[in-house]
Design a protein around this ligand. Structure first.
Ligand code: TYM
Length: 331
């Protein structure tokens, strides 16, 4: 059975992009893979986090993931900082990875913007730690959204360079599992920007804990263009907001974009948004309800993470010890 590893930052509430790009696949992959899912609190720290809210958000995300269908008994769910092997292999990879490789990372450029000098060194070496997350488990398949593609290419470069430099065949190749249309869900306010937990406007995203009323309002206010919907996918060309809403509809209703447009093509956005709100609410409301219920028992959530961390450690500790031996660390 192939081993899956994936992670999510415990910053803010997971949004529909996280769900359609990643979490929904995580849930499905549990059927025939050995899965390890990680709340990457060490990655979150690369930009300032208020300590109390980092703790609260780590628990809140645990609740959302369980509510969405992650099974913490058959698989593993834990927070990254509880397992020291991440940091230790991350350091080795800081020494394997090249500055030239990191300089090409578009996510760093996007996040740091023009104010590069004032960002943490952690944000810059973030992709090295991400490679360590996966390779510490010798995981071979990584389900992520499209924005993580470049980081996974870098992880493969690091694995290859490590194997080559030390003359070993130790780290396996990683295969990204990136969904089709839903790999990049866009902001409800701007169809050219990805939907993000960190967007200052809460109107730009559907959060997995939103109420039905909040969802309906956000979709009603979602940016669109003045044309009616086209009757097939080709007509979505150059219409990013329309494409995004139709993609979300298709992903949640399990239909193709053409099937959705065969039904709604020619109509204005008013009735379509109403139908879209219905399918989004049907998907999100049960997750939101279950999340609220789970949050009433934080001790249980902490227990889930603690148990997951112990089981994660049992898998990755021997692998990272081997890596330490390979590079020459004396024990
Ligand atoms: P993060 O926390 O930004 O997002 C978690 C997952 O959600 C996907 N995603 C999206 N997919 C489609 N449309 C969107 N608008 C959208 N926004 C987010 C992301 O692609 C991701 O799969 N670096 C990672 C966390 C990480 C990780 C790892 C992932 C750390 N170590 C090892 C895989 C393997 C991140 O910041 O994800």
């Amino acid at each position: 059975m192939q081993r899956i590893f994936s992670g999510i930052q415990p910053t803010g509430v997971p949004q529909l992009g996280n769900y359609l790009g990643a979490i929904r696949n995580w849930v499905a992959l549990q059927a025939d893979h050995e899965c390890i899912f990680c709340l990457v609190d060490m990655h979150a720290l690369t930009v300032w986090q208020d300590p109390a809210s980092l703790r609260a958000q780590t628990l809140a995300q645990t609740a959302v993931l369980l509510a969405a269908g992650i099974d913490p008994k058959a698989h593993i769910l834990y927070n990254q900082s509880a397992v020291s092997a991440h940091a230790r292999l991350g350091w080795i990879f800081n020494c394997v990875s090249r500055l030239g490789w990191l300089n090409r990372m578009t996510q760093f450029k996007d996040k740091a913007g023009k104010d590069r000098e004032n960002h943490s060194a952690g944000l810059y070496v973030y992709p090295n730690l991400m490679a360590a997350d996966i390779l510490a488990f010798h995981a071979t398949r990584v389900p992520v959204g499209d924005d993580q593609r470049q980081h996974l290419e870098l992880a493969n470069d690091i694995a290859q360079k490590f194997n080559h430099d030390y003359g070993v065949d130790f780290f396996p190749a990683i295969e990204p599992l990136i969904p089709g249309e839903t790999a990049r869900i866009m902001s409800l306010r701007d169809g050219t920007k990805k939907m993000s937990k960190s967007d200052p406007s809460a109107q730009s995203r559907i959060e997995l804990t939103d109420t039905a009323d909040e969802i309906a309002l956000k979709i009603r206010r979602a940016k669109t263009d003045p044309e009616p919907l086209p009757s097939d996918a080709a007509g979505l060309e150059g219409r990013p907001e329309a494409r995004n809403l139709v993609s979300i509809f298709a992903a949640l209703s399990g239909e193709t974009i053409d099937t959705v447009l065969a039904r709604h093509g020619g109509s204005g956005f008013g009735p379509f948004k109403q139908a879209l709100a219905d399918v989004v609410i049907a998907a999100v409301a049960p997750v939101a309800d279950e999340t609220r219920r789970l949050l009433e028992d934080p001790a249980h959530l902490q227990g889930v993470l603690r148990d997951g961390a112990a089981r994660a450690e049992a898998i990755c500790e021997p692998i990272v010890k081997d890596a330490e031996r390979i590079v020459g660390f004396l024990r």
